[in-house]
Design a binder for this molecule. Structure first.
Ligand code: COA
Length: 278
C-alpha cells in the first residue's frame, strides 16, 4: 500500500490524538471535537468501575466545555472498541450489587445518549456486551472494517445490563436483536452496516478522519438546532403523542433564536449562515 500525504497526515494525527489525552479525559481536536479514548487495551478496554467513572467525568466536562461542539468515543489500540463490562468484577456480586452495577452502567450510557452535543462512536474493533451497548447509546456510529458487534452475555449465564435489551431492538428491530442476544453470535461491520447499526464502514486507518468529517458536517449547523433535534430524537422512545408534543414545543422555542433568523436570512440572501448558538 502506498501512503499519500493525506494518509500520512491522518496516521500521524491518529497517533498524536491518542497520546495527548489531557486532564479533562479527552483530547481537543483542531475542529472543536473531544476525542475520548477508552484506554485499557490489555483488557480489550473492558469497562470496569474506574473506566466508567472516568468516562462519566469526561462526558460531564465535554458537555459544559464551550470549546467542544461534538464528541468522538473510541477504543485504544487496534483490536477493541470495548469488549464489554469487566467480567472480573462480576464474580462476587450479590443480586443487589448486580442491580446497582447495571443501574450505574445504564446511567453513564444515558449520559452519552442525553448529551446535548452529538456523540459519535468510532468503533475500531470488538464492541461486545457493554461495548456494543456503549456504541448503541451514541447518536452516530462509524465502524472500521475490523469492527465486531455482539451481545454475548448469555454465554456467561447473564443478560445484557447496560441497555442492550432496550437500545438494540430500537435500532435493528426486535427480530434481529432477539437473534443477536439469544444466540450471542457476533456480527461483522458489513452486517452491522446492512442492519443500520452503523452509518459507514471504513478502513481502520481512516476511522478517525471519517468520524471527524461526519461530526464536522453536523457541528457546522446551528448549535441550538442540534441540541433540540437531539432532545426530540431521544423522545422518539416515548409514546408518539408525547414525542410529537415535545417536537412542537421545541419548534415553537427555536423560532425566537438568533440562529433561526440567521439561517432563514442567509438562505434568502444566498449566503452561508454564521450561527452563534443564540
Ligand atoms: N472483562 C474483563 N476482562 C476482559 C474482557 C472483559 N469483558 N474481555 C477481555 N478481557 C481480558 C481477558 O480476560 C484477558 O485478560 P488476561 O490477559 O489477564 O488473561 C485479556 O483481556 C485479553 O483477552 P483474551 O481473551 O486473551 O483476548 P483474545 O484476543 O483471545 O479475545 C475477545 C478477545 C474480546 C474475543 C475475548 O477477550 C472475549 O470474548 N472477551 C469477553 C467478551 C464478553 O463476553 N463481553 C461481555 C461481557 S458482559
Amino acid at each position: 500500500m502506498s501512503l499519500t500525504t493525506e494518509t500520512i497526515f491522518e496516521t500521524l494525527n491518529y497517533a498524536i490524538d491518542r497520546e495527548a489525552t489531557d486532564s479533562k479525559g479527552y483530547t481537543v481536536t483542531g475542529d472543536a471535537l473531544a476525542l475520548i479514548t477508552i484506554n485499557r487495551p490489555d483488557k480489550h478496554n473492558a469497562l470496569n468501575e474506574v473506566v466508567l467513572r472516568e468516562l462519566s467525568a469526561a462526558l460531564s466536562m465535554a458537555r459544559y466545555d464551550e470549546d467542544i461542539k461534538g464528541v468522538i468515543i473510541t477504543g485504544m489500540g487496534q483490536r477493541s472498541f470495548v469488549a464489554g463490562a469487566d467480567i472480573a468484577e462480576f464474580r462476587q456480586l450479590t443480586p443487589l450489587q448486580a442491580q446497582t452495577l447495571a443501574t450505574k452502567g445504564q446511567g453513564v450510557l444515558n449520559q452519552v445518549a442525553q448529551m446535548p452535543k452529538p456523540v459519535l462512536a468510532a468503533v475500531n474493533g470488538f464492541a461486545l456486551g457493554g461495548g456494543c451497548e456503549l456504541a448503541l447509546a451514541c447518536h452516530l456510529r462509524i465502524a472500521s472494517e475490523q469492527a465486531v458487534f455482539g451481545q454475548p452475555e448469555l454465554n456467561l449465564g447473564l443478560i445484557p445490563g447496560y441497555g442492550g435489551t432496550q437500545r438494540l431492538p430500537r435500532i435493528v428491530g426486535l427480530g434481529i436483536a432477539t437473534e443477536m442476544i439469544l444466540t450471542g453470535k457476533p456480527i461483522d461491520a458489513q452486517r452491522a452496516y446492512g442492519l443500520g447499526m452503523v452509518s459507514q464502514v471504513v478502513p481502520q486507518k481512516d476511522l478517525l478522519s471519517a468520524a471527524k468529517k461526519m461530526l464536522r458536517t453536523v457541528t457546522a449547523r446551528a448549535p441550538l438546532g442540534i441540541r433540540m433535534a437531539l432532545e426530540a430524537l431521544q423522545a422518539s422512545e416515548l409514546p408518539l403523542a408525547h414525542g410529537l408534543q415535545l417536537e412542537a414545543t421545541l419548534f415553537g422555542q427555536i423560532v425566537s433564536s438568533k440562529d433561526f433568523s440567521e439561517g432563514v436570512g442567509a438562505f434568502l440572501e444566498k449566503r452561508t449562515p454564521h450561527f452563534t448558538g443564540e
